[in-house]
Design a protein around this ligand. Structure first.
Ligand code: G1P
Length: 300
């Protein structure tokens, strides 16, 4: 069965990006001209999802406002004949896609956030996308689309992974798998944020999951784990004997936009790829690098 529902946990406080995130949710920080959340939403829609479930908190009105229809703005743009901008504004959420907002009253962790989506998801497979992980694959299908094909063909849960430095295992869910055939391998064990010496491998979970509805019961049984939170990793791990779960090395580049460096890297990469900005952005970067190389003093 093809996934149609995508869940976006966006209730985090985004403290890493303070003071910006004092008023602007992390998911609304722009990468060039689109907020971070839009990249994940576009990826879900491309994969075939038509119902988007945002797990928010009471401070995240900006996310709901962003996906709401902006009547006055649209009317103004239409009257002014600004068709291109009108298309951009309308393109935020295509008309066949609906957005549903669920409030996570308490910040009890990613697993708890996913459980909040149960009343909307019901009894069907679904995707979870963590918008901090921006995955860029300009020459092929998005990561979620690749995963949806595999999940459908194998009737399995699928979790995106990539190799991470050994020193960073404590920032990721880490999986232990059978031997890979091509891009995927069956997961045998999964641990949330192990120290390097306890990590079964250096294959880290990236924020894309295709899950079966059985995960909700598993989440209900899951006790607080790493960081005192209800972890999605722990619930998935508890189901591995019952539920075929594949680790999938996706095609594409992942930017960790939950970190300053990742956000900057994504901004640079997308600016260099932008149809209108590419050449000016690249000349400017070249100029800065030349100036730094020649130590010409402060930039003008
Ligand atoms: C979450 C998950 C972790 C995963 C990571 C990917 O952690 O709990 O398993 O590896 O996302 O970005 P977070 O980064 O939200 O702490």
């Amino acid at each position: 069965m093809r996934i149609r529902i995508a869940v976006f946990p966006v209730a985090g406080l985004g403290t890493r990006f303070l003071p910006a995130t004092k008023t602007v949710p992390k998911e609304m920080l722009p990468i060039v001209d689109k907020p971070l959340i839009q990249y994940a939403v576009d990826e879900a829609i491309e994969a075939g999802c038509d119902t988007l479930v945002f797990i928010t908190n009471r401070y995240k009105h900006a996310v709901a406002d962003y996906f709401d229809k902006a009547y006055e703005l649209e009317e103004k743009l239409a009257k002014a004949g600004k068709q291109e901008l009108l298309d951009v504004v309308r393109g935020v959420l295509p008309s066949h896609v609906r957005a549903i907002f669920v409030t996570q009253a308490e910040a009890l962790g990613l697993g708890h956030a996913v459980l909040c989506a149960e009343p909307v998801v019901g009894n069907q497979p679904f995707a979870v996308l963590l918008p901090d992980d921006l995955i860029w694959n300009p020459d092929g299908p998005g990561a979620l689309s690749q995963m949806a094909d595999l999940a459908e063909a194998e009737r399995a849960s699928v979790i995106a992974v990539q190799d991470v430095p050994l020193a960073q295992t404590s920032s990721y869910g880490i999986v232990d798998t059978d031997e890979f055939s091509g891009r995927d391998g069956r997961i045998k064990a999964m641990i949330e944020k192990p120290q390097p010496e306890k990590a079964p491998s250096t294959l880290g979970v990236v924020g894309r999951y295709i899950l079966q509805p059985g995960i909700f019961d598993a989440l209900r049984r899951t006790e607080r784990g790493s960081g005192g939170e209800i972890q999605l990793t722990d619930a998935i791990a508890s189901e591995l004997d019952r539920q075929k779960t594949l680790a999938y090395r996706f095609q594409g580049t992942r930017f960790d936009c939950g970190s300053h460096l990742g956000l900057i890297q994504a901004t640079i990469r997308f600016a260099l790829d932008h149809e209108k900005l590419s050449s000016a952005a690249s000349s400017y970067m070249q100029k800065v690098l030349d100036e730094l190389a020649h130590d010409d003093g402060p930039l003008q």
